[in-house]
Ligand binder design. Structure first.
Ligand code: HEM
Length: 511
């Protein structure tokens, strides 16, 4: 019966495009038919030994010989097809259990405990230990994480606290618009928009962290800014490589680990330089009896009594977290809107209606733009910036999908696979923001969770959404965004995060 159920579920997964409601009903039937009848003995819980998955050798072959490191998101889809919703694989020296079903992801996250841990094997942590840095919010665990999370949460998660950033962010958006105009060719083409949005992301998060501008969107970009962005990019590539390599290989082939450390060194140095400069300027003002505004996050952090080393690592990690995330989401959203002019027109109409003749939206305006929210949500469903999240449950063994997973096992949450699962989303590869309004198309709440859920979810979510909505509204008011007439479709690739594989070029036609 289990075999039949697997076959039916598997067949349904791949053939649901049409007849969607019928298929959903059949799938539920297949699931319930497989459940043990009430009152019967509970099915024996299986162990990791019973779990399907590729051999270590074949997974290593996929990763290294078949370019799998940049195709990790596709390997999720292949994994579901081959093994079903739960499988194990060895990522270099690390055994990880993949979970690729929304209900099972929910099972994991509901058991994540008081201080959830993303991964205890991260090379990011190794680097900090090596250099004697403290951990920031991305890498800290336990009580140490909880303390900073509560402090930062007050300034980053409360709607009222985030509202104050709209003026600051709007001034960065104004510079972005000027920069797009500056970069346009005579046909209005801006090549490689992602790189422009990296700079926008860095300028945006810097303005929130330091309440001062660092010139990323100036016609001539400061060299240190370019180097910081390059360091982030290279560090992400090296993250996967260093994690997939067993430690002894680091001795034999030291280059990836060295490059990885060099990148982090520069990122820490960059952040420290800006923090010291900002805090010194404020100390000087206070010494002169001047009042300081102090609305920026670094100021709030510096008032908490946390050690300076903790402030340095947190600001470094926040700077890092605000760059690729914003850049990828902006790039994919505009890429899809350029290919769906009818949706772009409707969205522009929504923006114009809400603004009633004004040119610059604020936080209350964007809160009244449902299609804007659905559009970004849909872009993040198709291209989740973090295609695979992770959890390590250290307190106890847990049961997931009928398997007993020993404590301290790395569990990979296959968010790319669930957000493109045809059993959850009709025509999952289509860009269709209106699906989020369709009450008949009920989605499992854990199928597309681009910001994560629960205590350890993205702390920058509100700032990110505000920044994205403000920027997209203004771009759509100023320009008609069209595809590159000579461009091809662009696919995503994994570089720890999900980013465009090739340059996205778009036409920005003056309205
Ligand atoms: C579209 C934009 C963004 C997306 C999709 C995104 C997504 C995520 C995801 C999936 C996580 C992991 C959540 C989990 O483990 O459950 C995360 C964590 C985090 N994000 Fe974001 N993020 C975005 C923007 C930002 C920005 C702009 C910042 C900084 C202001 C930021 C700061 C962080 C931090 C510090 C964490 C770690 C939180 C913790 O461990 O407590 N993110 N983000």
């Amino acid at each position: 019966m289990t075999f039949v159920r697997r076959m039916v579920q598997q067949a349904l997964r791949v053939s649901v495009r049409n007849a969607f409601p019928l298929v959903k009903w059949m799938e539920r039937w297949a699931e319930s038919a497989a459940a043990p009848p009430l009152g019967s003995a509970r099915q024996a819980v299986r162990t990791l030994d019973d779990m399907p998955g590729p051999t270590a050798a074949s997974f290593a072959w996929d990763l290294f010989a078949r370019g799998g490191l940049s195709r990790l998101h596709e390997l999720q889809l292949e994994g579901v097809q081959r093994y079903g919703p739960v499988w194990k694989a060895s990522f270099g020296p690390i055994l990880t259990v993949h979970v690729a079903d929304p209900a099972l992801i929910e099972q994991v996250l509901r058991q994540e405990g008081q201080h959830p841990m993303r991964s205890n094997l991260s090379s990011w942590k190794d680097y900090r230990k090596l250099r004697g840095h403290n951990f920031g919010l991305l890498t800290a665990e336990g009580e140490e994480w909880q303390e900073v999370r509560s402090l930062l949460g007050k300034h980053m998660l409360r709607p009222k606290a985030v509202e104050v950033y709209d003026d600051t962010l709007n001034s960065v958006v104004s510079d972005l618009i000027s920069k797009l105009r500056f970069r346009r060719s005579s046909q209005g083409l801006v090549t490689d928009i992602t790189s422009e949005f990296y700079r926008f992301g860095l300028e945006g998060i810097s303005s929130v962290l330091f309440e001062s501008r660092i010139g990323c969107l100036d016609p001539v970009i400061p060299e240190e800014t370019e180097r910081f962005i390059e360091s982030i990019n290279t560090m992400f590539v090296m993250t996967l490589l260093t994690m997939a390599m067993p430690r002894w290989l680091h001795q034999l082939y030291p280059k990836p680990w060295k490059t990885f450390c060099d990148c982090w060194d520069y990122m820490f140095e960059f952040a420290k330089g800006h923090i010291d400069q900002r805090l010194t300027a404020e100390a000087n003002k206070i010494a002169k009896g001047e009042k300081i505004e102090g609305r920026h996050l670094t100021y709030f952090l510096s008032q908490t009594g946390l050690p300076m080393k903790t402030i340095y690592s947190n600001v470094t990690e926040l700077l890092l977290a605000g760059v690729d995330t914003i850049s990828s989401t902006m790039s994919w959203t505009l890429y899809e809107l350029s290919r769906h002019p009818e949706i772009q027109d409707a969205l522009r109409e929504e923006v114009l209606t809400v603004l009633e003749g004004r040119r610059i939206p604020d936080n209350t305006d964007v809160a009244r733009m449902p299609l804007m929210k659905a559009t970004v949500k849909e872009a993040l469903r198709l291209y989740p910036v973090i295609p695979a999240n992770a959890r390590v449950i250290s307190e106890k063994d847990i049961e997931v999908g009928g398997y007993l997973i020993p404590k301290n096992t790395l569990i990979t949450l296959c968010q790319f696979a669930t957000s493109r699962d045809p059993a959850v989303f009709q025509n999952p590869d289509d860009f269709h923001p209106y699906r989020w309004f369709n009450k008949d198309e009920a989605h499992h709440p854990y199928a597309s969770v681009p910001f994560g859920v629960g205590k350890r979810s993205c702390i920058g979510r509100r700032i990110a959404e505000l920044e994205l909505y403000l920027a997209l509204s203004r771009i759509l008011m100023e320009f008609e965004v069209k595809p590159d007439p000579e461009g091809n479709s662009v696919k995503p690739m994994t570089r720890t995060l999900l980013v465009p594989e090739n340059a996205i070029n778009l036409q920005f036609v003056e309205r």
